[in-house]
Design a protein around this ligand. Structure first.
Ligand code: G6P
Ligand code: MN
Length: 451
């Protein structure tokens, strides 16, 4: 079985490879093709993978290419994990928004729209090529902002593209830890959009354990989401929100925290990863150890400003080794390849599972997976407060896709202006101008009539 990883020189590829090495079962991946535009990054990551593979006599072979068509032709699975504009682009997405006093974040709010506008044209080109050169391949999209990028790709790949995120699994696992129940024996009722979902029930043997967790102050504040949101708010809500909802529910604090920070998350990662890739060019550098040290440094600072903004303290060390997006990806791949039935939380076209969204809207929800792919499971209807956010953000995503695929500048302006975390059309105009001036990759909007 052949797996192609787009963004193959990316920093998280060794996590995927580690999971592949641990997979001893039948039908496992035997060949990995890494694709990246930057040969230097490919070299660095290949060194790490080589060290990981030493001592395994049947490690998956690794080859590399900078030619996209060569990479996708003949693949059984394609992981798309690209970062258009690199971390410098991410840092700019964050900075432009923060300078205008609104949230500057990779996937949420204005920063997420800018990142989507830059990424969707590239993701759509990839989707078209896969549809032509590997029409039987399954595409697993990690590329952020994952929900909107998956929806744009689904216009060309239908249900063969599936988006994944590890945050719902991480939330479920942490909640189970606090309850002292086995996540493997649990049914999670989770629904929403990517980075905008709620865990509404934790069923064990038919009994919903969430009310018990909400009632237990100590258990509730023992894990990340409890610390971030506070027990009172979780009780008022009657659900456990995805940690990214902190940017909505505590927007003012999150913006203030990010503005006060020395660096944005993107700027931090840019420094740290540039050091890693540079170091890897030094002959004799211990590849895996260097990568691992850098990875841990990265994980520790994840969402640090949000935690600081609400005095949530340090993240628990067990949460740093999260559910692992690579584990979700592998579970998905195995379920499809081996026709092993599994239930996973994935980003797919909703096909009626999440009213009032239409059938083609990509949502993040429980899915049955087997050789036929992933089918969303119809759960409880969303409560009104969640419907409000989900429909508003889906409208923004649709305008983002429209702008990115047609160059319609008015659609781009609507996307910024109608996002719940952008509080004025005047600010939205300045955001659009700011991104066009500062961030490469949006030139296609430049020629369009001013709005
Ligand atoms: C979580 C999110 C991902 C995100 C990742 C890393 O796992 O679900 O979408 O890419 O964190 O975030 P970072 O800020 O470290 O790049
Ligand atoms: Mn995610």
């Amino acid at each position: 079985m052949r797996l192609t990883i787009l963004g193959g020189g990316g920093f998280r590829v060794p996590l995927v490879y580690r999971a592949l090495l641990a997979d001893r079962g039948p039908g496992r991946v035997t060949h990995v093709t890494l694709h990246d535009l930057d040969p230097r990054r490919l070299d660095a990551i290949v060194k790490v993978l080589r060290e990981q593979a030493s001592g395994h006599d049947d490690a998956p072979t690794v080859d590399v290419t900078t030619d996209l068509d060569v990479a996708v032709a003949g693949a059984d699975f394609v992981f798309s994990a690209i970062r258009v504009g690199g971390l410098a682009g991410r840092a700019a997405d964050e900075r432009v928004a923060l300078e205008l006093g609104v949230l500057g974040q990779e996937t949420v709010g204005a920063g997420g729209i800018a990142y989507g506008l830059r990424t969707i044209p590239v993701a759509v080109d990839i989707a078209r090529r896969i549809a032509r050169l590997a029409p039987e391949a399954w595409v697993i999209n990690f590329t952020n902002p994952a929900g909107v990028v998956t929806e744009a790709m689904s216009h060309h790949l239908g249900d063969r593209v599936i988006g994944i995120c590890d945050s719902p699994v991480g939330l479920g696992r942490r909640a189970c830890g606090a309850l002292g129940v086995d996540p493997g024996q649990t049914w999670f009722d989770y629904a929403g959009l990517n980075h905008l979902g709620w865990l509404r029930a934790i069923r064990v043997g038919g009994v919903d354990m969430l009310p018990r967790l909400l009632a237990d102050e100590d258990a509730l504040t023992s894990f990340e989401e409890g610390k971030l949101f506070g027990a009172d708010w979780l009780r008022s809500l009657g659900a456990l929100p995805n940690e990214y909802l902190h940017y909505y529910y505590f927007n003012r604090e999150a913006v203030a925290g990010a503005r006060a920070a020395e660096q944005t998350r993107g700027a931090f990662l840019l420094d740290q990863q540039s050091r890693f890739y540079e170091r890897m060019e030094t002959p004799g550098a211990p590849a895996f150890a260097t990568w691992d040290a850098t990875r841990l440094e990265r994980e520790v600072t994840y969402m640090a400003e949000n935690r600081e903004a609400v005095d949530a303290g340090e993240r628990n060390s067990c949460d740093l080794d999260s559910g692992g997006y690579e584990k979700v990806a592998l579970a998905l791949m195995r379920a499809i390849a081996l026709d092993e039935r599994a239930t996973l939380i994935l980003n797919v076209r909703g096909r009626g599972a999440l009213r009032p969204l239409d059938d083609d809207a990509v949502v993040e929800t429980n899915c049955h997976v087997d050789a036929n792919g992933a089918r969303p499971i119809i759960g409880e209807p969303l409560p009104d407060h969640a419907v409000g956010l989900v429909t508003a953000v889906k409208a923004v995503e649709r305008d983002t896709i429209r702008a990115a695929t047609t160059g319609d500048r008015a659609a781009a302006l609507r996307a910024f202006a109608l996002h719940p975390l952008v509080d004025s059309v005047a600010v939205a105009r300045r955001l659009l101008d700011g991104y066009l001036a500062d961030v490469p990759g949006l030139d296609y909007l430049q020629g369009a009539a001013r709005v």
